[in-house]
Design a protein around this ligand. Structure first.
Ligand code: ZN
Length: 695
């Protein structure tokens, strides 16, 4: 750690209290954060680790409405489940708070008020549909009515799923609220916008110039593309009755946008933890602030929250935001709506007392630089061939042999018989300590963990070469043979103690078990003790070994795979609609230059006909203003040729031409696809001249 920092404040993303946590969450930020913090604590650094449940936002209110309970019921239930999962997994927060507390309401309101008093917000007015029965504004998706095109009575305010027409709520015949069935009315509403655009220069200098070398490339790259595409003012308030009330006169029914109040949750949790000293961690420049998050939160933690902190003026900015990529499960993206996930609370039930196995696998396979895949087969393999066969095996053999060949006490080390192999192994212990320290400071936890296992592997090799069990056959007559056994096991036991120190940030439950066997206090795990070879004293009696890890059988992982598939098949799709925390399948990030390679223009459909012997294809003639094009499109099952002539569409103009059924197709028409596979055109909302650029 940079010596200029006196103290550390580490935050982990606030989990959304709308469901339990899954192993992707653990791998994404909680486990790396915990490893980092445990390492810092072992180094006796002044560090605080804060987190809590994010309990506001639309999805929670929708879930409550659907289940006929209050939003408070929803968050109470999941806050308890989430908190318990973290505790059991050994995620060692100094505080796990929640955003529905009074202290959080006060803190986030004061923050908002400061920006308001400084004249930072822009007030803007707009008209939105309002449900008078529920007393709330409705997003388009929550308005239903009869489709003007096909008379489907359950069309949504943004789209008819039956005929695929794109709609606006005004087009629906007899619109009604999806929540209450009441007829929605138009109401004016006012919101406060944070002028993010005014912080562009500051963010450029702070991130692009200063963080290029220290931030992970995925984080830096995403920030850069956000900045390059330009920042816009963002509404920091919402119409809702669930959240932190906007602390202004005439702002009834308005709350702070969940992404405004959630990161302030880090501050309020610190206040709750340290009522007298919280400001040291937030407002002293010699504090190192580190946000651990998943990649879906980068913009909020690297752009919006820092701009808010900067605007406020009294806070430190994050030194680093080491965001991880996503962890997929058995080759597919995690989806909570399809129940394609491994839930932490269920893992803990199915694999009791095996927290460290999950911690190990998730760290050894962490999505630090790219999306990674969790499979139950890999879980089993890593447990059986690394934790059991290498790490557990070495410590177990050292302990068993010591009991058998050295009378249950730490044997002495006879200097006169010291061999090169002893020196070599001891030197390696010291070198590994430095290496692990450096890697953890660079947020390379996977590589650091590899060094720990590799050290145990060297221990096994050392035992194998020394073969103390062979010497034992002659040790009764041969004093030197017994002394060689002593030396070997003395070194092995010192290595065991070092392994406990080095594995402690990653596998804390295991480190404790080793301390118990060695009859040493947990203080031995202080990092400064790493590399020492006098950690267990000569002639000191040790306990019988206990098994650190057990083998995982095929049936166990087969059962987990079946469970995953069955749970997913049985899952009903949950609320479809706009959510601030929606889960959607995402592609790899691109930079602005990638996007600007695609030439998109509005085109008008001049003619359409079916392609002979191809029941999916239509041959289209499209007017692009500067020229007409022939494009072949696979939409024949969704539209008749007659109904699309005259329509405006979006065309990928510079896509290389290719022949389809003997017809040269020059370009592509953009379509949107509903969950049911229904296609609709992506069209300009109002007519524009053919050839108008889409950008
Ligand atoms: Zn329709």
């Amino acid at each position: 750690m940079n010596q200029d920092f006196k103290r550390l404040l580490v935050t982990a993303a606030l989990p959304y209290a709308n469901g339990p946590v899954h192993i992707g969450h653990l791998a994404g930020c909680y486990l790396p954060a915990d490893i980092y913090v445990r390492f810092q604590r072992a180094n006796k650094r002044d560090v605080q680790f804060v987190c809590g449940s994010d309990e506001h936002g639309v999805p929670i209110t929708i879930r409550a409405l659907k289940e006929g309970i209050t939003p408070q019921d929803v968050v109470d239930k999941f806050h308890a489940i989430i908190k318990d999962s973290f505790t059991q997994m050994g995620i060692s927060f100094d505080i796990y708070s929640r955003t529905s507390t009074d202290i959080h309401r006060q803190t986030s309101q004061a923050f908002f008020k400061k920006l308001y008093d400084d004249g930072l917000f822009e007030e803007r007015e707009s008209e939105q549909y309002y449900d008078e029965e529920r007393g709330m504004f409705l997003a388009d998706r929550y308005i239903v009515g009869t489709c003007p095109v096909c008379s489907n009575e359950n069309a949504y305010g943004d789209q008819c799923e039956k005929c695929g027409s794109t709609l606006s709520p005004e087009q629906l015949i007899q619109p009604r609220s999806a929540l209450s069935n009441a007829v929605p009315v138009k109401r004016k509403t006012k919101h406060w916008y944070f002028p993010l655009n005014k912080y562009e220069d500051f963010l450029r200098e702070w991130i692009i110039d200063e963080k290029k070398d220290s931030w992970k490339t995925n984080v830096y790259g995403q920030c850069k593309s956000w900045l390059d595409s330009g920042l816009q003012p963002r509404a920091m308030t919402r119409d809702s009755n669930w959240g932190v009330p906007v602390p202004l006169e005439n702002a009834e029914g308005k709350v702070l946008y969940v992404w405004f109040d959630a990161p302030i949750g880090y501050i309020s949790a610190t206040k709750e933890l340290l009522p007298q000293a919280w400001d040291n961690y937030w407002q002293q420049q010699d504090t190192k602030l580190v946000h651990f998050i998943g990649k879906d939160n980068i913009v909020f933690h690297c752009i919006i929250f820092p701009a808010m902190l900067k605007a406020h003026g009294q806070y430190v900015l994050p030194d680093n935001v080491p965001a991880n990529e996503f962890l997929n499960i058995e080759g597919e993206k995690v989806s909570t709506s399809r129940n394609w996930a491994v839930w932490v609370h269920e893992y803990l039930k199915d694999f009791p007392d095996m927290q460290d196995t999950l911690r190990y696998v998730l760290c050894a396979n962490a999505p630090e630089t790219k999306d990674n895949d969790f499979t139950w087969k890999d879980f089993q393999d890593r447990n059986n061939s690394e934790l059991v066969a290498i790490f557990g095996n070495f410590i177990n053999r050292a302990m068993v042999l010591m009991h058998k060949l050295c009378g249950g006490r730490v044997p002495p080390f006879h200097e006169s018989l010291q061999e090169d192999r002893d020196i070599e192994l001891i030197r390696h212990i010291v070198a590994v300590k430095t290496k692990i320290s450096e890697l953890i400071e660079q947020y390379k936890f996977r590589d650091a963990l590899y060094e720990v296992i590799d050290l145990a592997r060297r221990g096994n090799r050392y035992l194998q070469e020394k073969e103390p069990w062979k010497l034992a056959k002659v040790a009764e007559e041969d004093t030197e043979a017994q002394q060689k056994i002593d030396n070997c096991l003395h070194v092995c036991l010192q290595l065991t103690a070092n392994l406990a120190i080095f594995c402690n940030p990653f596998l804390p439950h295991t480190a404790k078990k080793v301390c118990h066997m060695l009859k040493v206090v947990d203080r031995m795990l202080d990092w400064e003790n790493g590399g020492r070879i006098d950690l267990v004293k000569t002639n000191y009696p040790l306990r019988e070994p206990q098994l650190l890890f057990r083998k995982i059988e095929d049936e166990e992982v087969n059962r987990q795979r079946e469970k995953l598939v069955q749970a997913s098949a049985a899952s009903k799709p949950v609320v479809a609609g706009p959510t601030e925390h929606a889960e959607i399948e995402r592609k790899a990030e691109i930079v602005f230059d990638d996007l600007s390679k695609i030439e998109l223009r509005a085109g008008t459909m001049l003619a359409a006909e079916k392609v002979a012997k191809a029941d999916k294809l239509l041959q289209l003639r499209v007017d692009l203003g500067f020229e007409e094009r022939t494009i072949v499109s696979g939409i024949a099952q969704h539209f008749s040729p007659e109904e699309i002539v005259g329509k405006q569409v979006t065309v990928v103009v510079n896509l290389a031409a290719r022949k389809m059924r003997g017809i040269e197709s020059a370009g592509m028409i953009l379509m949107a696809e509903s969950a049911e596979g229904k296609l609709v055109f992506v069209s300009p909302e109002n007519a524009v001249a053919p050839g108008s650029e889409v950008r």
